[in-house]
Design a protein around this ligand. Structure first.
Ligand code: FE2
Length: 281
């Protein structure tokens, strides 16, 4: 698909662009079914046994830090009761699946490389896109967790900053079920911080810029299923908790520019035998 000049201009000005009806309803349903199948095949007991070792925090960190080249399920924080037992069925307990669906999953991989997505990100300035990360986000009914205001470049840093996010609504997302919120124009200011690897399996934030984001300046981005929201990597955004009875499924893919330097102290590492790839093999 070819973007119009006013769409490119809006992305430069606002830091995001909403493209309605870019993904068809049958495709949305197919992706949701595939995510359901991945969760059905996921054995929480296996993970629980990993996490019940003496060094629980280290195991938790490793499960996350080694997901850059894997397809792993992560729980909603509120899925567990005070004793640590799951208080909702497994199918309602998963927060997200990440972070290499775009390379490893037979349904998500070809979808992630849709030519429409390539057209969009190249028109918006990513000259030589590489697919870095993907996530399926469930935002479960009642317990779907808040995602605090952040910039994607905090987590997916390159020098210079090049990351662009494609956020695809697979169900209608509105204020009630925890749609995206963003700070229009906020990408024109600094990168607030970087999330880095420390020694061993530790991580930490490096503060970079003291720019202040005011809650009242954020606007909701409601999106019908099939809508793609393109996000500049420095755009402050997030989403509120989902206290509604409806889920809010979405899929996100992040691309970076091949020419930008990807630092080795980013949290997300790709295994040596899984180099990043572009839209075309
Ligand atoms: Fe984000």
């Amino acid at each position: 698909m070819k973007l119009k000049a006013n769409q490119i201009e809006a992305f430069r000005r606002d830091g995001y662009l909403v493209l309605t009806d870019l993904v068809g309803p049958v495709t949305c349903v197919g992706l949701r079914h595939q995510a359901d199948a991945l969760v059905a095949a996921f054995e929480p007991d296996d993970v629980a046994s990993i996490f019940s070792t003496t060094n629980q925090q280290q195991a938790t960190d490793r499960y996350f830090l080694e997901s850059g080249g894997a397809v792993r399920c992560f729980f909603e924080e509120e899925a567990f009761d005070a004793t640590g037992a799951l208080q909702v069925p497994k199918s309602r307990a998963i927060n997200k699946i990440g972070h290499a669906l775009h390379d490893l999953d037979p349904v998500f991989a070809p979808f992630s490389r849709s030519s429409a997505f390539e057209d969009v990100v190249t028109a918006l300035g990513v000259a030589a896109p590489l697919l870095l990360q993907s996530m399926y986000i469930f935002k479960q009914p009642s317990i779907g967790g808040e995602v605090v205001w952040h910039q994607d470049a905090t987590f997916l840093y390159t020098d210079p900053v090049s990351v662009v996010g494609l956020w695809i609504a697979l169900e209608d997302a509105d204020i009630q079920n925890g749609c995206l919120w963003a700070l229009p124009g906020g990408h024109l200011h600094g990168l607030k911080r970087r999330f880095k690897r420390g020694a061993g399996v530790s991580t930490f934030f490096e503060e970079m810029d003291d720019v202040v984001w005011r809650n009242e300046d954020f606007v909701p981005i409601e999106a019908k299923a099939g809508t793609v929201v393109v996000l500049d990597g420095k755009l402050p955004h997030g989403s509120r908790a989902n206290r509604s009875a409806r889920s809010r499924h979405a899929y996100a893919v992040h691309v970076i520019d091949r020419e930008a330097k990807y630092p080795s102290d980013n949290w997300l590492h790709r295994p040596a035998d899984m180099p990043m790839k572009g839209f075309r093999p």
